[in-house]
Design a protein around this ligand. Structure first.
Ligand SMILES: [Zn+2]
Length: 459
């Protein structure tokens, strides 16, 4: 008997340990882990000597072909593959019409999900989707019973922007999610506080991006997180806090979490690697909501990742061109930036190379925990029988980030010129080599839509 591929000579990494060994892949699935001589012969043998062999990154927070991104699934997934990401979870926005790119109420949540599945047909990596409730309608609540048990168990809600929900309606969504065993995925910033402070900036002519962080302060994030997580706990729903950016919000979630069986949270690559000084240096390019915070907040992200009170590191990838960011006043800039291609290497460099995190911790934060948190038992692991989503990673190679390499439609990088140690050498998605030595080597469309199960967080 022979198998398709054996990756031998490297150090395998799981969320629990590293060990010398080899990995056998057949028909898209991991079929053996162990000493190379114990594994079957292979059509292809990949020499991973001196390299780490790890499960592909699972990024549970990306914007692709949605209201916050000009990327198509093809362009975003090529960027993902080059950066070691083998599964992404994007968003299906209730009410958003992809033809007009406007929220006109024309798409119900199930229709929005079907529409994302169609737009993802040219994806190179696997993709799932969170539903996003953006309207306060009874029909939308009824639709959750169709969506949550059928492959989309997580539902995003905003506390800010036009798509934001009132606390009262959010309470109703949490009640439904509790009954359906779904997960509430929360963007928490107190919208009214942010609006008032934004208006003050406009009135006072504070259009320079250095004033931007003060318009969306840390306490506004913590306030909204406190409201939302309390409602989740009281109604019995699971709660996942996205893009936690600051000490105050992380402490709110830590206080609510107990054993992680009801409350989990992420931070993002940019909140672990950049602080608010970027607005003087880069203008609106790194304009995210929430904003980059103080150096102490960056330290807080690592303290909470280390302590386990933050579970996941995502990118919040949004694709915009540099031209669309060239505005006189920061409030005219789109919010977000592209990170799918650079996020994992940059986070590895900061967490492992600079701060001494171990490889198992890295794999847990970017792969195993997001897969387990969002109902993807075939992902985030090297266990035989699961999908052969595998990255071969050279821990010693150094390179300089250059947006000229971008596969995303976004033509800049907030990490431009940053030298990082550690480079993704090969990326396999279900056993197929999709990126090799910085080049895309498979055709778009290899990626599949992943129907997710309702996750068990008590495990
Ligand atoms: Zn986002």
């Amino acid at each position: 008997m022979s198998v398709d591929t054996v990756i031998a000579g490297g150090t395998l990494v799981t969320a629990d340990r590293t060990f010398e060994g080899a990995l056998a892949i057949d028909d898209g699935t991991i079929v053996g882990v162990g000493a190379a001589e114990q594994l079957p012969d292979a059509d292809d043998v990949v020499d991973a000597t001196g390299k780490y062999v790890m499960p592909g990154v699972v990024d549970p927070h990306v914007h692709v072909a949605d209201p916050f991104s000009i990327d198509s699934y093809e362009t975003a997934s090529k960027a993902a593959a080059l950066g070691g990401t083998t599964t992404v979870i994007g968003f299906a926005f209730q009410g958003w019409n992809p033809a007009t790119e406007a929220f006109d109420g024309s798409y119900s949540l199930p229709e929005a999900i079907d529409s994302v599945r169609e737009r993802g047909a040219d994806s190179l990596v696997d993709f799932g989707v969170h539903g996003a409730v953006t309207e306060e309608t009874d029909e939308g609540l009824e639709d959750l019973a169709e969506v949550v048990p059928n492959g989309v168990p997580s539902i995003k809600m905003f506390t800010a922007y036009d798509v934001g929900l009132s606390n009262g309606f959010m309470h109703r969504v949490f009640e439904r999610l509790a009954a359906l065993d779904g997960v509430g995925v929360l963007h928490t910033e107190d919208g009214s506080v942010c609006d008032v402070l934004t208006e003050a900036c406009k009135r006072e002519g504070k259009g320079d991006p250095v004033h931007y962080p003060a318009s969306r302060p840390d306490y506004a994030e913590a306030m909204a997180a406190d409201d939302a997580v309390r409602m989740a706990l009281e109604t019995g729903a699971k709660y996942y806090g996205i893009h936690t950016s600051c000490r105050k919000a992380a402490e709110v979630l830590e206080a609510a979490r107990e054993d992680g069986s009801r409350v989990r949270a992420e931070t993002c690559v940019h909140f672990t690697t950049l602080d608010e000084s970027v607005y003087a240096e880069q203008g609106t390019l790194p304009l995210f909501a929430p904003p980059m915070r103080t150096p102490d907040d960056v330290e807080a992200m690592f303290e909470h990742l280390q302590a386990g009170s933050l579970d996941v590191v995502s990118t919040d990838h949004c694709a915009y061109t540099e031209a669309s960011k060239q505005v006189d006043d920061w409030w005219d800039s789109p919010f977000g930036a592209n990170l799918l291609q650079t996020g994992f290497p940059v986070f590895h460099d900061e967490a492992v190379t600079q701060r001494g995190f171990g490889y198992p911790t890295l794999v847990r934060l970017v792969s195993t925990a997001p897969a387990q948190t969002f109902g993807l038992p075939e992902k985030g692991t090297l266990t035989p029988g699961t999908d052969a989503d595998v990255v071969v990673f050279d821990p010693d190679a150094s390179y300089t980030i250059d947006a000229a390499d971008n596969e995303s439609k976004a033509d800049f990088s907030i990490f431009e010129g940053r030298e990082v140690t550690g480079r993704v050498e090969k990326t396999f998605v279900r056993g197929t080599l999709v990126a090799d030595d910085g080049e895309i080597v498979a055709d778009p469309g290899h990626g599949q839509f992943v129907e997710r199960i309702q996750p068990d967080w008590s495990a």
